[in-house]
Design a protein around this ligand. Sequence first.
Ligand SMILES: Cc1cc2nc3c(=O)[nH]c(=O)nc-3n(C[C@H](O)[C@H](O)[C@H](O)COP(=O)(O)O)c2cc1C
Length: 213
Amino acid sequence: MIWICNVCGYRHEGPEPPESCPLCGVAASEFEPEAGGAEESAEAAAASPVIGAAAPPVEGDRRKAVAALTYGLYVITAHAGADNGQTANTCFQITSEPLRLALGINKKNYTHELITRSGMAGITVLSEDNIELARNFGYSSGRDRDKFAGLSASRSGAGILYPDGALASVETRVLSATDAGTHTLFLCEVTEAWYGGRGEPMTYAWFLTRKRG
Ligand SMILES: Cc1cc2nc3c(=O)[nH]c(=O)nc-3n(C[C@H](O)[C@H](O)[C@H](O)COP(=O)(O)O)c2cc1C
């Protein structure tokens, strides 16, 4: 049986889901069985003669198809009395004029709490040299440890802390928060941005192949 992590897409094989996700750290309750067994796949293939005819064997597996979407990797930081940040791949540009982005943040995360309280979020664009930052901010909660401890970081005029040495930093103000179930979709307007220009942008797929170091 294959179990899929709802938060980061990690696949686990076994009779039960893992106690916690080894990739993003969420609990077993965030895992769902992979959609579509052999029977369902055969039915789906028969029912979709046009796409299914010459296509590779996606066979109605919605999760596999969605996992083929591509992403970058970011540290999302916020400040509201305290500082915190988390790794996220769900960050993407929506419009260029005005410059707006969307963020998908799990409601249970400490970063979610700080973004909601402050109405602001900072985005650190990671390069392939920043794998330790992705690990540091991705596998534990700022409720349990200070993720900035021992890190070199810079604070913006608006008070948000950004880890140093990344490709770019983008500061945003939250325009709206849409309930997306486990996550909130924050629509954000860019208020400031700094480009360091160091290294190649890290993609989510690149990180997944190297996450264990
Ligand atoms: C590669 C990777 C991608 C992740 N993407 C997201 C994401 O897009 N949204 C999200 O809410 N959590 C994502 N996470 C999980 C959070 O980083 C993780 O739950 C973090 O511990 C939350 O920290 P916090 O409680 O200090 O905010 C991702 C984790 C990893 C390792």
